[in-house]
Each structure stands twice: as C-alpha cells, then as structure tokens.
Design a protein. Structure first.
Length: 394
C-alpha cells in the first residue's frame, strides 16, 4: 500500500481528517491502548478506542483477545451505560481501526455505535480485510454519523501498528521479521561457527519478548544442529507459546533435541522436502512433532513462498525468523522479509571466513542497496538494537 491519502482525496465512506490538537491527543491515546493487546489478539488486529463527551474521556478500552469484545465495545461499556440505546448521544468515539460491520465471533461494532447514539467516529486507519473494508464506515455514515479518517503520520503509524494483520489479509502471507545478533565487525559467528553469546543478557531477554509477541518462530536445520534451541519464550509474560517451525529439508532432527524434549510446552512443526520417505516422517511424528512435506526448489530445500503460504493458511500472521543466515537470505531474495531486528554487540570477532547476517544475492552498487525505513536505534544493555522496515505499511 502506498502513502496515506491526502485530505482532499475522494472517499466513498467518510472524509479524511486534518487533525486538530484534540483529535490527535485522543487518537494517540487509542493507539497506546491498542498496544496493550500485542501478542494477545492474533488472528485479530490490535485496536484501541476512546469515548469522548463534551471534551472529556468517559470510556476507553482495547481488544484483548480473539472472541472477546472489540475495543469499541469495551470502551462503551467503560462509559457507564454506554451500550444502552441512546446512552452516548452526541459522543465521539476515537478508534484505531475501522469498526466492523459483520457478524463474526462478535456482533458488528458499527451497529453498536449507531444504537448507542454516537454522533461522530474518528478512525486512524481503514480495515483492509475483504469482509470489512469501507463497509463499516459506510454503515456509520448512512446512519447519519460524522465519519472522519486520519491522514498523515497517525494514519501511517496506525497501519504500521497492524502490519502482520494487514499483510495477512491483503497478501495472504505472514509478516516476517528477521532477527540476528551481530558483532561490531559484522559477524554472526566466529570462523568455527560459534555464536554463543554475541549479545548480552538484556538483548536475549528482548528476544524472548519478541517470540512471545509472534505467532511463529522459524529457524533452519543448520541452526537446529548447531544450537539445539528450544525456541520458546521464557522468563517473560506469555499468552501462548509461538508455533516453532524448523525448515529441515532432509528431516535430520534427532529424537533427543531440545525442541522435541519440550514438545509439551508448545507445538513443533517440521517442514521437509517432498522426497523424504514416509517412514521417516512417521518416525519423527511419533516423537511429538508435526511433519509436513513442502514443494522444494532445484536446491532441494522447501520453497520460501510455499512455506509462507502454508503458515498463512494456518492463521500465522507474524513470523519471527531467527536464522540461520542462509535461510534468511533465501527468504530475503524471495521478497518475504518485512522487518529487520539487529542486536549489535561491542564485540570484534575477526576472521575472513566468519559469516555475516545476510549472504543474499546482493546489490552491485551501494546507491542501489536497500535502505530500511522507520529506523529505530535503542540501547539494549551493552548492545544496540537497530530495527527497520523494508517497505511502507500494508
């Protein structure tokens, strides 16, 4: 998706809003509320809402989990009697995502807003899903409510906030974050392959938080053999453990691996090439993992797009890719990586043959190299965490 529309752009289901100070304040609050649902709502989006009457907040809320009340309903319930007919006559509701207009796990929020007597709805971003897009705001407008949609930076940030949801419903693919730890001289391991530990304890804790926020963690067979990881989120608040996915072309996993020893703590999915014998697949399945054969390329490895589509079909919206570099490069070259999280440590490893984080096809000239957008650099204990996005929000 491109840049947000200008205030003058035509829109069949509402006007675009040039934010005043008050509108910006309440939408900012709604976005902060939405963040409280991170890691809890998938496959639903993050949404926050604020109810304002006569310039004063009378209710607020956020969507906490799929199947539970949407943010608008939570906020109206927070406003005493807000769901009763006409209880919020004249109120304005600020919400980060277009209210739904269909019956899903919960009733349509658009109808609840109308019934409550809300006069105006200010929305930070549209809902791009085919079953909502434009219809929720059109229903509000048809009922006589004033409908405004933010433009500019808040619209951009609201779309960014729901990147995984938006990519999933528009592209049919998960949003992929590639995470790696790197020395100051650009190595992800020494020449011998040792990588424990490049980053410090604070960075490793942050990795566990990012796992907890993701639907799936993905690594390749090389990382499995070298590090024997568990890939669970530990010592942090976890709503549910992510799906642990291993791209293991030849299904070389061993029964005593940490993944299989912890199979009761969270699901394990092994994706192998179609040529792996059925008897071997059955053997590994008996160890407690799910095994699925995926179409492979000329190199004998599962095709990245095939893997991505398989995960998306299982409602995996966010993939946290932890390595190794060869797997990440294959997904990078396939155009599937959306975000980079790099922990840069004040360590010098040296070594001509020590690997870097992205052995991809590369660019012939520096002016053609991809420069990340929306970059943040934050201290992470003794390290620096650099995050950036490959493209604009979906």
């Amino acid at each position: 998706m491109g840049a947000p529309p200008t205030p003058e752009a035509p829109c069949a289901w509402g006007s675009f809003l040039t934010l005043n100070k008050s509108d910006r304040h309440f939408l900012e609050r709604a976005m902060a509320l939405a963040e409280r649902g991170r890691g809890l709502t998938s496959p639903n989006p993050l949404v926050g809402a604020v109810v304002v009457r006569e310039g004063r907040v009378v209710g607020e809320g956020f969507h906490a989990a799929a199947g539970q009340d949407h943010a608008e309903i939570v906020a109206m319930k927070d406003a005493a009697g807000g769901l009763t007919h006409g209880a919020l006559t004249g109120a304005t509701v600020y919400v980060t995502l277009e209210p739904c207009s269909h019956h899903g796990r919960t009733p349509p929020c658009a109808e609840a807003l109308i019934d409550a007597g809300v006069a105006r709805v200010v929305v930070a971003a549209d809902d791009p899903s085919a079953w909502v897009h434009g219809q929720g705001l059109a229903r509000l407008r048809d009922a006589g409510l004033t409908v405004d949609v933010a433009t500019g930076d808040l619209n951009y940030r609201a779309r960014r906030q729901n990147d995984p949801f938006r990519k999933h419903v528009t592209e049919g693919l998960p949003f992929v974050t590639y995470k790696y730890a790197m020395t100051l001289d650009g190595r992800v391991a020494t020449e011998s392959g040792d990588s424990r530990w490049i980053s410090g304890e604070d960075s490793r804790r942050r990795v566990h938080e990012l796992r907890a926020e993701s639907d799936a963690v993905v690594v390749g067979a090389g990382t499995l053999r070298r590090d024997d990881p568990q890939l669970t989120a530990r010592e942090v608040a976890v709503h549910s453990q992510p799906l642990r996915v291993i791209i293991d072309s030849n299904l070389g996993i061993v029964q005593g691996s940490a993944l299989l020893r912890t199979a009761s703590e969270g699901p394990v999915l092994l994706l192998c090439a179609e040529g792996v014998e059925a008897s071997r697949r059955s053997e590994v399945t008996a160890w407690g993992a799910e095994v699925v054969a995926v179409p492979s390329g000329a190199d004998g490895r599962p095709v990245p797009h095939e893997v991505a589509r398989l995960l998306a079909a299982r409602d995996v919206q966010s993939v946290f890719m932890e390595g190794g570099p060869r797997l990440a490069a294959a997904w990078w070259d396939a155009g599937l990586v959306d975000k980079v999280v790099a922990f840069v440590a004040p360590v010098l490893a040296g070594g001509v043959a020590a690997p870097g984080p992205l052995p991809s096809v590369g660019y012939p000239h520096m002016d053609a190299a991809l420069r990340l957008r929306d970059v943040e650099m934050l201290p992470s204990g003794v390290d620096v965490c650099v995050t950036g996005y490959v493209r604009e929000p979906y």
